[in-house]
Every structure is written in structure tokens, then in C-alpha cells.
Ligand binder design. Structure first.
Ligand code: BG6
Length: 496
């Protein structure tokens, strides 16, 4: 890793900015946002005049906040990237304003602090969603929003209705082109590489359709459990936490038509078409095609872990799902009839995110039954933990006979590109500062995704509906394998 060089950047003129971080003493600020801003600073990607104004209710002055950053943020920055001069320079950008976000009057101190602040204003809501509307309204009332941007973290609402209410209220203060809805998966290098793979190569495009594709699997599996977020997670569950956003975004990039350009709206229009073309799931289809699971005790990397219901903040009778597997279909000419199997879960057997495109087998085998085995032609795009592409084909084993076996064309991106990978948050924050919207979710996309998951949420709300239990360290409940078996296929790891 040390031999890696920073990724080349074509950063245009750096723009001054005033980055106002609501939730400045919160978990997200500590773990993600401030480390990402430090990385951008260290890499010389922030304008020298750019300022960070942290805002929270905690009683601190500026020095007190800087001591908090030193104590809580620095340990979360990779040690190899700490450079004393850069760290001091980073602290020099930061100041602190104490305010109570629920008290509009207290915004006068923020207005005062911003009076002579440089560049465009960015208001980052690293708070719970309940504060998004009060903060935006108070910013509007204090006259601070003109020309500014607002960044909204997920979860944006709990369902279609609550997300519409937040979007309506925020939309009265900020116009859509001022609003940056974060889905951090879109900031991952590997996810952007999907665009390059699909739209930079003529090789795959003719095959990327129902005539040639048998099925697609998208898996985002985690080994981690709820990691002290039991209170939040128990109200949320995997469908809202991962499927409604990250998985449907990945799926829409895999299934979208080539956009006319990479302009924000051109890309988002095409993703939206996919989300709107998702076949609605109802009643029996939900029972058959959606699997809901919850982890029990088990073992991860040889260590015993507790059941979900024993995690802090989780009720003993919780029905919240920590696993979802489902079959989705895109009702358009390109994809009609092709199943997209989506799966995500916590406490699974491995941390992996991958997309598997299974191509149809040859129509007739002149070379024996092996050529008719499903999966003999496949493209596997691995996004995490490392980025790679594997193309599977059949080849003849050396020797007299004509025996076929799988061979692989492998490309490991970290070996090919000897560059450090930019963290998703760093990339997305730089986009916000530069005013680039393409990797942020537009309101209509978000609402289309909520609309599609809504019947599943309703179905699971029925008192008789309960998640299927699975042992930690496995690939989820047996029903997940059965779902694919009903379509004459299996998850990739089940093949051997
Ligand atoms: C977040 C979810 O959006 O994504 C977490 O809230 C999840 O529950 C995380 O662990 C996974 O992200 P990554 O980048 O680690 O795959």
C-alpha cells in the first residue's frame, strides 16, 4: 500500500467555501466527514481560503472544539496520512458555533459568524432527519440560503410519506439544484467504474440485455452487526438502510440506458427510468420473492457474536430485518423477464459487494453438456473489499479429449492502478464544494425508490409477518437460497 501514489486529479480551479457542519460533535462528523475533509486538505484539493464551521449544541468554544477534534477525529484518520504540518493547517480552517438547532433565535450567532465568511455556503446536515426541516427553515428565516447548497444525509425519511414531507419542506427553502442528497455508494470509485465499464467499452453493450443475460445478482454483504447503533437500526432495518438507497442505486446503474452525457440530469433521468420501470410487488409476490431475515448468535471470523435481539437498543421481540434478499424485475424492452436478485445483510459470512451478470448458455452444445451449464459465461464485478473484474469462459483442457472447464480473465484494479483510492466521502464532499450534482440523488429518484419498497414495508407491518432467523456468519436464511432455486439458479458462493 505504501508504494501507492495519490490518484491523479484534474481538479479545476479551487473554489473558496464556507462549510457549515450541523451535528459537528456527532458520530458522522467524527467518523466520516471531518476525516474526509482532512484528506482533501492534505491532498491539496481544498482552496486555501476554504473554512469549516462546525455547529452543535454542545457547550464548547473554538479551542474546546479543536481539542475535541484532536481527541475524537485524529484517531480515525489513517495514521500513515497524518502529516503534522497538514494537520495544523487543517485545524486552522475550523471554527465552532454553539447553537440549538431547534431554536430559530439561536441562528443569529451563525449569521454573525458567516457575515464575512468566504465563498459559497454549504450547509451539511449531519444530524438526525428530524432536524433537517427546522434547520433549513431557520436558515431561510435568517436569510442565509441564497446561492448556498444543502447536503442531506440518509435516511431521508422513514417511508414515502415522511420523505415527501421533508422534501416538500426543504424544497420551500432550497431549489432542487441546491440540494445534495448523499448516497455514499455513489462516491465509491468502484461504483463510478461501472459507468466506465458500461459506457466506455463497446464490448459489453450488445450483450447487456435480455437476449443474452439470464440473470443478475447484486450482493452487499457485511460481517459487522449494528455496531452500537441498535436504537437507530431497530427503527430502520435493512430494507430502508440499504435496499431503498444503495442497492437500488447500484441496480439502476447496472440497468440504465446509456445517458446522453454525464451531466447530472442526463444520468439521473436514466436511473429514474429504471426505478420507475421496476415491476411493483404485491401480496403473494412479496411472500414469494422477498426474504426477510434477522441474525441470531453465531460466529464471525472464529469469534462468537450475540443475536440481533441481544444488541443494545434492540427490543427482545424485535421484528426488524437485518437481511433482505429479493427478486426484482425491470419492465422494459431491454430487461423484460430477466430476474435481478438483490441481497444485503449484516453478520453474513463475508464482507463483499459484487455484481454478477450471468449470460445465457450457448443455444446448442456441440461440445458436450458442460457448455450448457448455467454460469459458464459470466461477468463478475467486485466492488468491495477489493475492486476486480472477472470474466468466466469455457476452455478446452489440454490433452486428447474435448473436456471443457471454466477459465477466468481477471483484472485486479489495485494492481493495475497503483494509486490510493479516494474515500467515498472525500469524493462527494469535493463534488459538493465544486457544485457537481451528478453523484447525488434527485428527489424523483428517491421517491420512486420509496414507492417501490412501500408495499414491502406495509406487508411486513402485518402482525403475523416475522423475519426468518439465520445464524451469524452464514449467508442468511435458507429461504434466500430457495428463492433462487425456484428460478433454477443459485447464489454465486453456493456453486461449489
Ligand atoms: C450505511 C448503512 O449507509 O452503509 C450502514 O447505514 C452500513 O448500516 C453501511 O453498514 C455500509 O457501507 P460500506 O461503505 O461500509 O459498504
Amino acid at each position: 500500500m505504501n508504494a501507492m501514489t495519490p490518484a491523479p486529479t484534474s481538479q479545476p480551479d479551487l473554489l473558496d467555501f464556507s462549510f457549515v457542519l450541523f451535528g459537528g460533535t456527532g458520530d458522522l462528523a467524527m467518523r466520516k466527514i471531518l476525516p474526509a475533509l482532512y484528506a482533501a486538505h492534505r491532498d491539496g484539493m481544498l482552496a486555501p481560503g476554504g473554512k469549516i464551521l462546525a455547529v452543535a449544541i454542545t457547550a464548547l468554544d473554538c479551542n474546546g472544539y479543536l481539542a475535541w477534534v484532536e481527541e475524537h477525529v485524529k484517531p480515525r484518520v489513517p495514521e500513515s496520512t497524518i502529516d503534522d504540518a497538514a494537520w495544523l493547517g487543517f485545524l486552522g480552517r475550523i471554527s465552532y458555533v454553539r447553537l440549538d438547532a431547534a431554536q430559530p433565535d439561536s441562528f443569529a450567532s451563525l449569521a454573525e459568524a458567516l457575515r464575512n465568511a468566504p465563498g459559497r455556503r454549504i450547509f451539511y446536515m449531519a444530524t438526525g432527519p428530524a432536524l433537517f426541516v427546522p434547520i433549513c427553515s431557520a436558515l431561510g428565516a435568517a436569510g442565509l440560503t441564497e446561492g448556498a447548497s444543502v447536503v442531506l444525509e440518509k435516511p431521508l425519511g422513514h417511508d414515502l410519506e415522511s420523505s415527501t414531507a421533508i422534501n416538500d419542506a426543504v424544497g420551500r427553502i432550497f431549489s432542487e439544484d441546491q440540494i445534495y442528497r448523499i448516497d455514499h455508494y455513489l462516491g465509491k470509485e468502484a461504483v463510478q467504474n461501472l459507468f466506465a465499464l458500461r459506457f466506455g467499452n463497446s464490448l459489453f453493450e450488445p450483450l447487456w440485455r435480455r437476449e443474452w443475460v439470464e440473470s443478475i445478482q447484486i450482493t452487499v454483504a457485511e460481517e459487522l452487526g449494528v455496531e452500537g447503533r441498535g436504537n437507530f437500526y431497530d427503527q430502520t432495518g435493512a430494507l430502508r438502510d440499504m435496499v431503498q438507497n444503495h442497492l437500488l442505486q447500484l441496480m439502476s446503474i447496472v440497468a440504465m440506458e446509456p445517458p446522453q452525457s454525464m451531466d447530472a440530469d442526463a444520468v439521473r433521468d436514466e436511473k429514474l427510468r429504471v426505478l420507475r420501470a421496476l415491476k411493483p410487488l404485491r401480496g403473494d409476490e412479496i411472500r414469494q420473492n422477498v426474504v426477510r431475515g434477522q441474525y441470531q448468535t453465531g460466529s464471525i471470523n472464529g469469534a462468537g457474536v450475540p443475536a440481533y435481539r441481544s444488541e443494545a437498543g434492540v427490543g427482545m421481540d424485535s421484528r426488524t430485518e437485518t437481511f433482505v434478499a429479493l427478486k426484482a424485475e425491470v419492465e422494459n424492452w431491454r430487461w423484460a423477464g430477466v430476474p435481478f436478485f438483490l441481497r444485503t445483510g449484516k453478520r453474513l459470512a463475508a464482507r463483499v459487494a459484487e455484481i454478477v451478470v450471468n449470460f445465457r448458455t450457448v443455444p446448442h452444445s456441440t461440445l458436450g453438456p458442460t457448455a450448457l451449464r448455467p454460469g459458464s459465461n459470466r461477468l463478475m464485478i467486485r466492488l468491495q473489499p477489493t475492486e476486480s473484474i472477472r470474466l468466466t469462459a469455457l476452455a478446452k483442457q489440454p490433452g486428447l479429449g474435448m473436456t471443457l472447464q471454466d477459465v477466468y480473465l481477471d483484472l485486479a484494479f489495485d494492481q493495475f492502478f497503483q494509486h490510493e483510492r479516494m474515500e467515498a466521502y472525500q469524493r462527494l464532499l469535493l463534488d459538493v464544494i465544486a457544485g457537481r450534482l451528478a453523484l447525488f440523488v434527485r428527489r424523483d429518484e428517491q421517491e420512486a425508490a420509496w414507492k417501490w419498497v412501500a408495499p414491502i414495508i406495509d406487508h411486513w407491518a402485518a402482525p403475523e409477518s416475522a423475519p426468518k432467523l439465520y445464524a451469524s456468519g452464514t449467508w442468511g436464511p435458507a429461504a434466500s437460497s430457495a428463492l433462487l432455486a425456484r428460478h433454477n439458479t443459485c447464489w454465486l458462493e453456493e456453486e461449489n
